[in-house]
Ligand binder design. Structure first.
Ligand code: PMP
Length: 397
């Protein structure tokens, strides 16, 4: 009896998997055998990494590793409890103070992932009597946070301020209006029109929340993100970011007023009901923030390399999406060709997987290249050479 039931489950699940496969959307994990900040060994083959979010190349910085090791020796491997019970180490509090200073805000709170930070903020701040305005290209964790919050969610066309304005104009019956946007859009690499968003927020008495997962450490005079880039640190009330990309550790944060952070500590379920991040991770994140603030030359180098990659690809005839961040998407079109292009790039020694639906809209599959501060000009030469050869073989160039 049990076996027949198990067989039926397996059949049902296989049918769902076959459907995913039929649409060309089946995803397979790739195994990394080792990794440095600019190279990776994938299933035994050494490749140049051109797709990581480790924008500042800090993941193998000896200072980061040393800081983690010291924390491991001092505090052990796990935090063993939630922050509100037994897991609140001095390291967590120091990191939160550092983040608040870095973001020019009164306070900050750390969550276990960026994903959880978005869920936490949106569910704690918005409920059934509220309305959230969300850019159509916002990250999945924002979409999920909106759903979980039970607030009315209105999706506005990507970076379309006329659309946002007309939607805001119809929202007077709600208790709270919240506009939420990625600062840098993860799959497109463009920057949100924050000055216009802030202007509309002032006009319609709305709050602004920015997800700076891809802007932290990259944008702005101090590298502190999109609000810093536009000189709007005081106007963006809810500033979210991750510790997992430029900061090369793990976790997410919200920075803002002392009251906002206190409310999140008291109401955000991902904070209350999850074990705190382990000490080694927190120590690495603290170390990364110190490096970001003291070594602006990393951002300058990163920006120069990104410009080189963009213009080099355009000269080759690639369809490069416009932008001025280290995320450089090259549009391919259909998912199958994008996968073939990624395979050919790999044959040429470059790791840059294809990005397909549902992560991006159908027909806009792409190779999402990212540059890191640890890359050299010689690495960029290799990338451009690989793109030319792979593109010719796939019939794109
Ligand atoms: N927001 C954006 C824009 C992201 O790109 C990501 C991660 N890809 C997240 C949030 C989630 O962050 P994390 O990976 O730290 O959970």
């Amino acid at each position: 009896m049990e076996t027949i039931q198990a067989e039926r489950y397996a059949e049902q699940l296989s049918a769902e998997l076959n459907e995913i496969q039929r649409k060309g959307l089946y995803r397979q994990l790739r195994r990394m055998d080792s990794a440095s900040s600019r190279t990776v060994t994938v299933e035994g083959k050494p490749l140049l990494m051109f797709a990581s979010n480790n924008y500042l190349g800090l993941s193998d910085d000896p200072r980061m590793i040393e800081a983690s090791v010291i924390a491991l020796r001092t505090f052990g491997t796990g935090s063993s409890g939630s922050r509100l019970t037994t897991g609140n180490f001095i390291l967590h509090e120091q990191l939160e103070k550092q983040i608040a200073g870095f973001k020019n805000q009164q306070a900050a709170i750390v969550f276990n992932t960026g994903y959880m930070a978005n869920l936490a903020a949106l569910t704690a701040l918005a409920g059934e009597s509220d309305i959230i305005f969300s850019d159509e290209w916002n990250h999945a964790s924002i979409i999920d946070g909106c759903r979980l919050s039970r607030a009315q969610t209105v999706v506005y066309r990507h970076a379309d301020m006329a659309d946002l304005q007309s939607k805001l104009a119809n929202s007077s019956r709600y208790r709270r209006r919240l506009i939420v946007t990625d600062g840098v859009f993860s799959m497109d690499g463009d920057i949100a029109p924050l000055p216009e968003i802030v202007r509309l927020a002032e006009q319609f008495d709305a709050w602004v929340m920015v997800d700076d997962a891809h802007a932290t450490g990259v944008l702005g005079e101090r590298g502190s993100g999109t609000a810093d880039y536009f000189g709007l640190s005081k106007q963006v009330m809810i500033q979210m970011g991750t510790l997992s990309k430029s900061i090369a550790a793990e976790g997410g944060y919200i920075a803002g007023s002392a009251e906002l952070i206190d409310l999140l500590r008291n109401r955000a379920r991902p904070f209350i009901y999850s074990t705190a991040l382990p000490p080694a991770v927190i120590a690495a994140a603290s170390c990364a923030l110190r490096i970001i603030e003291s070594e602006p030359e990393r951002r300058v180098h990163l920006c120069r390399l990104a410009t080189r990659v963009r213009s080099g690809l355009e000269e080759l005839g690639c369809r490069v999406m416009k932008g001025n961040t280290p995320i450089i998407p090259v549009l391919i079109g259909d998912a199958e060709t994008a996968v073939r292009m990624a395979g050919e790039l790999e044959r040429e020694g470059v790791f840059a997987p294809a990005i397909r639906p549902p992560t991006v809209p159908s027909g806009s599959s792409r190779i999402r290249l990212t540059v890191m501060a640890s890359h050299t000009d010689a690495d960029v030469d290799c990338l451009l050479h690989a793109f030319a050869a792979a593109g010719r073989r796939v019939g794109l160039l």
